[in-house]
Design a protein around this ligand. Structure first.
Ligand code: PLP
Length: 351
């Protein structure tokens, strides 16, 4: 508390990200990063950009990157918005597109940044309870609202909602913006981006942080009809008109060009996930079906918090959320096969 702070700063409850430990020996399965590095072509493109041209501002519109994304998804460049990570893109969406006369709707168990942005932008919200199996029940969203947002697959559950359900929502909900946060969609879901030309109120966000192994570069994007994109540009240009730096534009553009590498690494993560699920089920875990690069798993005979602490003693960090309904679950990022083996070994010795 400080008498120099604004009213809003006093009321903020900031987002708390997973730990980024300073000791590198830990096996880090706590923040859903990709266990494989970025494409060698991405590193090459970033190196090529390290020149005297860094004295110049970047392209304020990131046209090269927006075109690469548009080509990848077979949409128009005017239908793409980019920002410093999808977190920043989401912040602009909350400010630009969610109304204030009705509450924003999102699941009770979901990405914990959503209520934080509601606090920052003073947006009222209503949490819609997931079913007991953690699935989203679309009919519960058929009520008046100032916007709707959910990740697909959802975080931290990993559960996927099929596209036909998203389309059913869009057909009913035409007066407010529906945002599908597809941070993890490349690990087993179908993107809703193919629906943007049919639904003017649909916005799909994605990131290069997870499936393209570039969490450190900070690039995210939104795709939707140009009317929605223009609202985001208006907010961006009132905030920071050069959002992406030259290295980010070069690296992320190269990531979209190397489709083979992207497909290979996603495939490796998916097959490691299936193997890990089998191993953990053998150890008595209850696991929510996952279409993401993490699993949400409840241990038997030990509390999730105790197990998280014990794993840390073994040099493995995973994510535990001390929240109602999910406090007996652990969110475990899929690592390399070696890392997953170490996890299973540690679990065997603890349990
Ligand atoms: C990781 C994540 C993001 C943010 O990703 P950025 O690194 O900011 O691009 C957004 N939404 C969900 C659900 C996430 O898990």
């Amino acid at each position: 508390m400080s008498r120099y702070w604004s009213r809003i700063v006093h009321s903020l409850t900031p987002y708390v990200p997973g730990e980024q430990p300073k000791i590198s020996k830990l096996i880090k399965l706590n923040t859903n990063e990709n266990p494989y590095g970025p494409s060698p072509k991405v590193l090459e493109a970033i190196r090529a950009e390290v020149t005297d041209s860094l004295r110049l501002y970047p392209d304020p519109n990131s046209d090269q990157l927006r075109q690469a994304i548009a080509d990848n998804f077979e949409i128009e460049r005017e239908q793409v918005f980019v920002g410093n990570g999808s977190d920043e893109v989401l912040a602009h969406i909350f400010q630009a597109l969610f109304k204030h006369d009705q509450p924003l709707l999102f699941p009770d168990i979901t990405y914990s940044f959503y209520p934080v942005y509601c606090g920052l932008y003073e947006i009222a919200y209503r949490e819609i309870a997931l079913r007991d199996d953690f699935s989203i029940h679309i009919d519960d969203y058929f009520q008046s609202n100032g916007g709707i947002i959910f990740p697909n697959p959802n975080a931290p559950t990993g559960r996927l909602l099929v596209l036909s359900e998203i389309e059913r929502l869009l057909q009913k909900n035409t007066d407010s913006v529906v945002v599908v946060d597809e941070a993890y969609v490349d690990f087993g879901g179908d993107s809703a981006v193919g629906l943007i030309n049919h639904y003017p109120n649909l916005l799909v966000t994605q990131t290069v942080s997870k499936s393209r192994s570039l969490a450190g570069l900070r690039v995210g994007y939104a795709m939707g009809q140009s009317e929605l994109i223009e609202a985001l540009v208006r907010v961006k240009d009132s905030f920071n008109s050069y959002p992406l730096d030259r290295l980010a534009i070069a690296g992320a553009s190269a990531a979209f060009a190397d489709v083979d590498y992207f497909k290979q690494t996603c495939h490796r993560v998916i097959s490691s996930r299936e193997a890990l699920i089998t191993d953990l089920e053998g150890l008595g875990f209850n696991i929510i079906p996952s279409a993401a690069n993490f699993i949400f798993a409840a241990p038997s005979n030990i509390s999730a918090q105790q197990l998280a602490d014990a794993l840390r003693e073994h040099g493995i960090i995973i994510r535990y959320f001390n929240k109602p309904r999910i406090d007996n679950f652990l969110r475990i990022t899929i690592g390399t096969d070696d890392e997953n083996r170490s996890l299973v070994q540690a679990l065997k010795s603890i349990l």
